[in-house]
Ligand binder design. Structure first.
Ligand code: SF4
Length: 425
């Protein structure tokens, strides 16, 4: 049995818990699970807070963290995980590639109660890269790595099943500006070209489904050929991969395995809606998990903004799950403060998407009312980052005892003036 197959014959307990959090009927969650349009990544070995992703639910935010060969301080990664959850991350992905990767993953799983994802092929590739070359990975090693991650309790795994011999051919003829920017996608492209064989994750997809079903792990079907710049968006390799992922979604559903689909990447604003619609159509409504998307390539250091713009549009068009993009994207491994800023930027994008999808604006209204009443404490209490908002206000106090206004207009405070005269009427 699995969450998905349980939902075909009734309402699993986990669906009831998600229904309470989403404030919608449990039957709707169960129907979404049974059809594959909703997933609840939840490996029983981790047993995270029940979190639903998909049709009709609030847009969720994932935050990426993890070590690199150059920066592998585990305490810093744990602090990043705590920071992300504190600012509202719904899930965390551990993308560690440096230091003791097994131990980092296990510590993160212990540290957070939100669902945790990983990309097992990173570890398989790196272990071979340290000895000889990534292309020497064996199929056995790739699958053993997946089993290790899921036995540790990882709730969802990125698997780049759509990078196939056929899509490699399409890539070769594509004339892309930035080639392949997905690490997993690059490992598998190099492996296919070097070994002249099919991607083991695609060739042995039934075996992958068996592992996923046994451990109740959700497949996040990775976008190895996501565009790495807006010029490459929505091109042939990306769409060819998406068509294969649509086939993988269908087979996962038949096997009772939960699956979602990862998407771009870098996409100019006017192509975002088409990207969401294509995924929803080709993958029959499978939850869509997008990285950003970044809507321009001119802002290194500010890609939390380019990503949040794209994320808000994608969410308003139907994307279900946003991956954070930090200000350090394309430049370096994020710091703890980058994670704070990135989480908040993605939360804003997700909330903007929720509003445009007709979800509650109650929190906005509470803050607006407090703003109209010059009630600063209530504004701080309900905003995304109270500490930051309070510190900014305190940076430039208006002084002269007029503490109810702020230093923007001081004694010419429009709200105060209007309130005074409206009360006189
Ligand atoms: S001083 Fe100006 S910016 Fe500040 S609360 Fe009043 S109207 Fe708003």
């Amino acid at each position: 049995m699995s969450i998905m197959s349980d939902a075909k014959s009734g309402i699993p307990e986990i669906a009831r818990e998600v229904a309470i959090r989403e404030n919608i009927p449990a039957e709707r969650i169960a129907r979404g699970l049974a059809s594959g349009r909703i997933v609840i990544p939840s490996n029983p070995r981790h047993s995270p807070t029940p979190t639903g992703v998909g049709e009709g639910l609030h847009v969720k935010v994932n935050v990426n963290l993890g070590t690199s060969e150059d920066c592998s301080a585990i305490d810093e990664e744990l602090e990043k995980a705590r920071t992300a959850v504190r600012f509202g991350a719904d899930t965390i992905m551990d993308l560690s590639t440096g230091g003791d990767i097994d131990s980092i993953r296990r510590r993160i799983l212990k540290e957070v109660k939100v669902p945790v994802g990983s990309v097992p092929i990173y570890q398989a590739g790196l272990e071979f890269a340290r000895k000889s070359a990534v292309v020497d990975m064996t199929e056995d090693h790739i699958f053993k790595g997946i089993e290790t991650h899921v036995r540790d309790g990882i709730d969802f795994i990125t698997v780049h099943c759509g990078v196939t011999r056929e899509s490699v051919e399409s890539l070769k003829n594509s004339g892309r500006l930035t080639g392949v920017v997905s690490r997993g996608g690059s490992f598998l492209t190099a492996w296919i070209l070097h070994n002249g064989k099919e991607n083991p994750l695609y060739a042995n997809y039934d075996y992958l489904l068996e592992i996923a079903k046994e451990h109740e792990v959700t497949l996040s079907l990775g976008d190895g050929y996501r565009p790495g710049c807006i010029a490459d968006a929505t091109d042939a390799p990306q769409i060819k991969e998406l068509i294969t992922l649509g086939e993988c979604v269908k087979r996962a559903r038949e096997a009772g395995v939960q699956s979602m689909v990862e998407g771009p990447g870098h996409v100019p604003m006017h192509q975002i809606e088409a990207n969401v619609k294509l995924e929803k159509s080709i993958c029959d409504g499978a939850p869509f998990y997008v990285l950003g998307p970044l809507v321009t390539d001119i802002a290194p250091g500010y890609d939390h903004i380019t990503g949040a713009i794209g994320g808000a549009i994608a969410a308003s068009c139907g994307a279900d799950f946003l991956c954070d993009v930090s200000p350090s994207e394309h430049l370096c491994l994020p710091t703890v403060d980058d994670i704070r800023v990135a989480t908040i930027a993605s939360k804003i994008a997700a909330h903007v998407g929720d509003i445009s999808r007709g979800m509650s604006m109650d929190r906005d209204n509470v803050i607006s009312r407090a703003r109209a009443e010059l009630d600063w404490e209530s504004q701080f209490a309900h905003c995304l980052d109270p500490e930051h908002a309070r510190a900014r206000r305190n940076e430039r106090r208006p002084g002269k005892g007029d503490e109810d206004v702020c230093s923007m207009c001081g004694k010419y405070c429009a709200i105060k003036l209007t309130n005074e005269y409206l009360k006189k009427k």
